[in-house]
Design a protein around this ligand. Structure first.
Ligand code: NAD
Ligand code: MG
Length: 389
């Protein structure tokens, strides 16, 4: 029987990878609803290509524009708009799976909606895992939802842990690999331009995550993401720089055995794993040819030049709302950097000062998380404004 899937963030880098994989399996999968933040033309084009029954845009003011784009293509696709519409697509019980691929903490309400509806969650939006913390995980368990990570490292860890018993997991060590980003070998980061920070040596991704990869904040977010997704404490999560990005991450067991997942860097692989698990389906990714592999290299991350990685560990150990504060400060700082308002090195500086200034206890509800997120953003913006004065 055909299965159905909804996609949030359908016009983004992950959303397009998901649509590409699904287009290879039209007999087995049908796209039911797609959503994006604002890009109505691209959303309508995606609806035309995948035949979605409904399309939704986060910005309510764009509903008519979306409807017009759909009509212009002769589509019967229903046009929806607003955050509630996106949450109902995330929690749609008529869909067999939902791809959560919005960018940033904006994806948090959608992740909670999917969890509470007990969905099969193909989870790319790492910020929702970072901010949702223990609360999101408990909602996932309580409502019988399941999570299949769509982050190359976490997909690798998921596969490496798949056969582990609870006893084996209890002492397992996660090795999270990290490409090192575009500035791995650059000594002085003070003059980094927007253009330089927006280009990744291995992966083609959205703007925000590309800058996060340049500051290593992306790896910091991934450490926090791994802590929650796999219920493994930070002490057993280690980061190793591996510039070739062939080993997507590994799990070391107490007997010395290390399981790793390897492949050509292509996000369609984790998408396909998440869609089909425990089966496997073709993704369109090139096969890995060991006979033509360049040497694989490894080094320790430099937390002097990239303090955000250490700050993520610090936020995890502080607990409470600290990961929410760090994530919010980072989102505000990256936006300011991309807008040409602060230099590259100020991203970490803004995060450091916001983390020192703002403290919250553990949130009890998604609403409280959003409120903490809002207040932390306000503080980060205040710091940026006063530094510009
Ligand atoms: P992107 O910027 O390319 O796309 C973001 C998508 O989210 C767009 O479709 C945009 O319209 C949509 N969007 C914006 N606001 C929204 C909202 N409020 N509700 C719903 N959708 C909204 O970003 P991306 O690179 O595809 O990354 C998406 C997520 O996946 C991020 O959390 C990122 O960290 C994670 N991720 C991405 C990659 C990658 O290779 N791109 C790898 C691992 C994890
Ligand atoms: Mg990743």
């Amino acid at each position: 029987m055909t299965k159905t899937v909804n996609i949030l963030g359908a016009t983004g880098s992950i959303g397009r990878s998901a649509l590409d994989v699904l287009s290879r399996h039209r007999g087995e999968w049908r796209v039911r609803a797609i959503a994006s933040g604002s890009r109505v033309r691209e959303l309508a084009e995606a609806a035309a290509a995948c035949g979605a029954e409904a399309a939704a845009v986060a910005d309510p003011a764009l509903k008519d524009a979306l409807a017009a784009e759909l009509r212009a293509r002769g589509l019967a696709t229903e046009a929806l708009a607003g955050p509630e519409a996106l949450c109902s697509i995330a929690g749609d019980r008529g869909a067999d799976a939902v791809v959560l691929a919005a960018s940033g903490a904006a994806g948090l309400p959608q992740a909670f909606a999917a969890a509470r509806a007990g969905r099969r969650m193909l989870l790319a939006n790492k910020e929702s895992v970072v901010c949702g913390g223990a609360l999101l995980q408990s909602e996932i368990r309580r409502h019988g939802a399941s999570v299949f990570p769509v982050d190359s490292e976490h997909s690798a860890i998921f596969q490496c842990l798949a056969a582990a018993t609870p006893g084996q997991r209890a002492s397992a060590v996660i090795w999270l690999t990290c490409s090192g980003g575009p500035f791995r070998t650059r000594r002085d980061l003070s003059g980094v331009t927007i253009e330089e920070a927006s280009t990744h040596p291995r992966w083609k991704m959205g703007r925000k995550i590309t800058v996060d990869s340049a500051t290593l904040m992306n790896k910091g977010l991934e450490v926090i993401e791994a802590r929650w997704l796999f219920d493994i404490p930070a002490e057993r999560i280690r980061v190793v720089v591996h510039p070739e990005s062939v080993i997507h991450s590994a799990v070391a067991y107490c007997d010395g055995a290390v399981m790793a997942e390897l492949g050509v860097p292509d996000m369609r692989t984790p998408v396909a794993v998440a869609l089909a698990w425990p089966q496997r389906i073709e993704s369109g990714a090139q096969p890995l040819d060991f006979l033509h592999l360049k040497p694989l290299t490894f080094e320790a991350p430099d937390t002097q030049r990239f303090p955000l990685l250490a700050m993520a560990y610090e936020a995890l150990s502080e607990g409470g709302g600290a990961p929410i504060v760090l994530n919010a400060a980072n989102e505000v700082a990256v936006e300011a950097f991309l807008g040409g308002r602060i230099p590259f090195l100020s991203i970490a500086e803004v995060c450091r000062r916001t983390l020192d200034q703002v403290h919250f206890g553990s949130p009890d509800s998604p609403e409280e998380i959003l409120e903490d997120d809002r207040r932390a953003r306000e503080a980060a913006r205040g710091l940026i404004d006063s530094s510009l004065r």
